[in-house]
Design a protein around this ligand. Structure first.
Ligand SMILES: Cc1ncc(COP(=O)(O)O)c(C=O)c1O
Length: 479
């Protein structure tokens, strides 16, 4: 008898077929293939691929923070605490504190599903210091990266209301974790466009338009805001946040504030949604809110170790109980990841042995961000046919590019969008791997790509020069 597959494309969870995640999509796949071709000696016009597809700072050469890695080493192998190695006392103290909170003193045992008590209380203290508003450790849930807890929170909305399917408002351009997760959950995505002509501002009139249009056929239940923006790099003003909160209040929307780049800001002040809501007073200070942070970003940038948190505010107690149960099914997030979060929430204090080195390391990281954002902005705006808004935060540039009609027709013949075609040509001719705007969203008829900007200086300059050279050639080819 012929063995038939139980699981086929036809009977698979059909939502999964709609998931797209361009950051690791076809352009990256081609880049990886080119890397293999280069190893085999296939002749190319370039010697190496420059990966600029993903906001993964360590992959671009950023060094880990010494304090964090020392604490990780000690919690992983506690014998080091009493060894003769020259390890700062505050590292030893931190490792002991963390191990005391782990069952049987091992990071190999499960933690409570919302995270170690010690780490959640440190997160609450960090938020309290940041906002001047008390935070309760019981409202904090640690996750394996922010993606993990963002998905859990979005899952709460998978239910028709008033006979209409649920929908969630998402900025365009957006980070495709949101579109991908909503596709997976079968929840409608309601796009609202950021205003590129005004530094990617979030206009309330556009929120109203998108909410009105979507409300005809769906029940819009939540609003996602990414501040600082990915891929757009803008930092919202306090006034703007206040308007957004009022908008959400008037329509009874749950706010998801993705604030993962709050430590990656160059010049403007960061205002958390929580702080602004509390400063506005009642009734806004009683609204439901989920705000997210991760150790994949900021100075730690420990993407591979997977850790982050959500603070959930003002949930109905039975909803929060359900959330607790849902999170407990997965046991707990990585305990090593939780230890990193602890270090980020409570870095070495002044006067402690690790403090000076820590301060120097984060100052250098911040300096690199400052330089690269300025260089990317200047360089892109100096290329004819390019436009780039100032980059206030995050670790990306998202320039707009003019793509000639001839090139657009060529792309169509190849069944590609013009920006995909552009990025693929850029990759094939220079080895620079950036992600087309189609993966993040853009106004129809406009074309962009997203590039990370935190490469080492020479590599970054090489990438900028390669992009400029490529574009000038491209414009000659398709005048
Ligand atoms: C805006 C935004 N939110 C969330 C995440 C998720 O990060 P992680 O799951 O690594 O914590 C990212 C990662 O790039 C991001 O850019």
């Amino acid at each position: 008898m012929k063995l038939e597959k139980c699981l086929t494309e036809e009977n698979l969870n059909q939502n999964l077929l709609n998931i797209q995640y361009a950051v690791r999509g076809p352009i990256l796949q081609r880049a990886l293939q080119i890397e293999r071709e280069l190893v085999k000696g296939v002749p190319k016009r370039f010697k190496r691929v420059v990966r600029a597809n993903c906001g993964d700072c360590h992959a671009l050469g950023q060094k880990p923070i010494t304090f964090i890695r020392q604490v990780l080493a000690l919690v992983s192998f506690p014998e080091l605490i009493s060894s003769r190695l020259d390890i700062p006392q505050d590292v030893k103290d931190r490792a002991k504190e963390l191990l005391d909170d782990c069952t049987k003193g091992s990071v190999g045992s499960y933690s409570p599903s919302n995270g170690l008590n010690l780490v959640r209380s440190r997160v609450a203290q960090y938020i309290t210091n940041r906002d001047g508003v008390p935070s309760n450790p019981d409202d904090i849930y640690l996750g394996s990266g922010a993606s993990d807890v963002i998905k859990s929170v979005l899952t709460l909305f998978v239910e028709d209301v008033g006979g209409k399917p649920p929908a969630v408002m998402v900025p365009i351009p957006q980070y495709p974790l949101f579109s991908g997760t909503l596709s997976e959950l079968g929840v409608r995505q309601v796009d609202y466009y950021l205003d590129e002509e005004h530094d990617w501002a979030l206009q309330i009139s556009e929120l109203e338009r998108s909410w009105r249009d979507a409300s005809i056929e769906s029940n819009v239940r939540a609003l996602v805001v990414i501040n600082p923006g990915n891929p757009t790099g803008q930092v919202l003003t306090r006034d703007n946040i206040e308007q957004i909160i009022k908008f959400a209040y008037e329509r009874n929307l749950f706010i998801l504030a993705d604030e993962v780049y709050q430590e990656n800001i160059v010049s403007k002040p960061f205002h958390s949604f929580k702080k602004v809501m509390f400063e506005m007073g009642a009734p806004y200070s009683r609204m439901e809110l989920a705000s997210f942070l991760t150790t994949s970003k900021g100075y730690a940038a420990e993407c591979g170790l997977r850790s982050g948190y959500v603070e959930l505010l003002h949930l109905q107690p039975s909803v929060q109980k359900t959330f607790n149960t849902m999170r407990s099914v997965m046991q707990c997030p990585s305990v090593l990841g939780q230890c990193i979060l602890d270090c980020v929430m409570k870095p070495p204090s002044p006067g402690k042995p690790s403090h000076n080195q820590f301060i120097n390391e984060i100052r250098d990281i911040h300096q690199v961000l400052k330089e690269r954002t300025a260089t990317a902005y200047k360089t892109f705006n100096s290329i004819p046919g390019y436009f780039c808004n100032p980059i206030d935060g995050s670790m990306f540039a998202y320039p707009r590019i003019e793509i000639p009609v001839e090139a657009q027709l060529e792309a169509k013949k190849l069944n590609m969008s013009p920006d995909e075609f552009y990025c693929l040509r850029l990759l094939e001719e220079t080895g620079v791997c950036v992600i087309p705007g189609t993966g993040f969203g853009q106004l129809p008829g406009s074309f962009h790509f997203r590039t990370t900007i935190l490469h080492p200086k020479d590599e970054f300059q090489y990438m900028m020069d390669s992009i400029r050279r490529f574009h000038l050639n491209f414009m000659q080819l398709y005048p």
